[in-house]
Design a protein around this ligand. Sequence first.
Ligand SMILES: Cc1cc2nc3c(=O)[nH]c(=O)nc-3n(C[C@H](O)[C@H](O)[C@H](O)COP(=O)(O)OP(=O)(O)OC[C@H]3O[C@@H](n4cnc5c(N)ncnc54)[C@H](O)[C@@H]3O)c2cc1C
Length: 373
Amino acid sequence: MAYDVVVIGQGAAGSAALYHLARRGKRVLGLERFTAGHDRASSHGQTRIIRLGYFEHPSYVPLVRSAYAMWHDLQSASGETLLHITGIAEMGHPDSELVRGTLASSRQHDLPHDILDAKELMRRYPAFNLPDDFVAVMQPDGGYVMAERAVATHLRLAKDLGADIRQGERVIAIEPHGDGVRIVMQDETFDAGSVIVAAGAWAKTLLPDLPVNLSATRQALMWFDPADPAPFREPHFPVWMLESEYGIHYGFPFSDDEGLKIAKHHHAQEVVDAETYDRNVNAKDGFLIRQAISQFMPQANGAARASKTCLYTMTDDGDFILDRVPGAPQIVIASPCSGHGFKFSPVIGEVLADLATSGETKHDVARFGLGRF
Ligand SMILES: Cc1cc2nc3c(=O)[nH]c(=O)nc-3n(C[C@H](O)[C@H](O)[C@H](O)COP(=O)(O)OP(=O)(O)OC[C@H]3O[C@@H](n4cnc5c(N)ncnc54)[C@H](O)[C@@H]3O)c2cc1C
């Protein structure tokens, strides 16, 4: 059977693209080499931060605004609760990239926010222990999205709308032919009008000539069990990010299910092979995470309940890639990771569906073109 669009990968990006294509009545096939929700790539786990005041660059704000609206739409369409608004505290020295960038985005886009000194932050949230010269930018819109549940929801709705969703199916090659494309598997091929490559860290194995460097970096996460979880529960504790001499750490309120989730953004910046990387969390990983919490959140620095690894797929500038491949516009590439892509999933799904079907989108994705490399 020929398809309008084939989507490779069923992480955050691929699952959302499948839903948006199926909603438009397209004949769509989704191929995933493992299972949805597997833990070898980037989209597993319960939670991901969503925040409006984008410290990375103010130009992300309109896209994340669209994403907020679309998370609400997805909740209505599915009956699932996916978005939790807790408020976010982004903390550090006033000159830190995190604080300066969050303020720049907030001011440029007139976002609601408060600036608290360390004393006031600790009065509101007693679990933190901040130096006197730190400040916090508080944003009421911050919170988290339910990650694996969101992927499963996009896939479920796509399937209900007629998408052909297959797992345990590894794509070996993509061959443009004529205006369309042939997808080569071990024992069969599929023909389609276009293909969306949402293969995360594996994108370059499918598109080796792509004029861009993509590095898989190994990340580690830990879940702590504070002796007294009360100060770490909502509403006494928000979603947070904190920049210090040890890097940017982040975390979520305590949940009985999971404990207290804390990690270091970019972790050790260790570039790895996505096939063979060490998926165990070691003593050095624990040290990099505890370094900050022993100082800034000492009551959390006790027993760890669980730990896990994950991959960031990094571009050289940390921005996404959402574009058609030069010379082969029937191939659309999505690498919305660099460690901060999940919150955008619904809008990225719409952009990918736009690019794969009409080559254009109403969303401003100029920042994410391949031409910049
Ligand atoms: C620890 C961690 C914390 C994060 N925190 C946040 C956060 O707080 N907020 C936020 O917004 N974002 C966050 N992110 C980033 C976000 O999770 C990613 O941007 C997002 O999950 C990337 O999704 P993806 O679909 O591009 O890639 P992936 O999830 O990697 O999915 C790619 C899929 O393609 C499949 N695949 C690969 N090759 C093939 C093939 N040949 N054939 C078939 N299938 C194939 C893979 O098996 C995989 O399932 C975090 C990421 C990590 C790792």
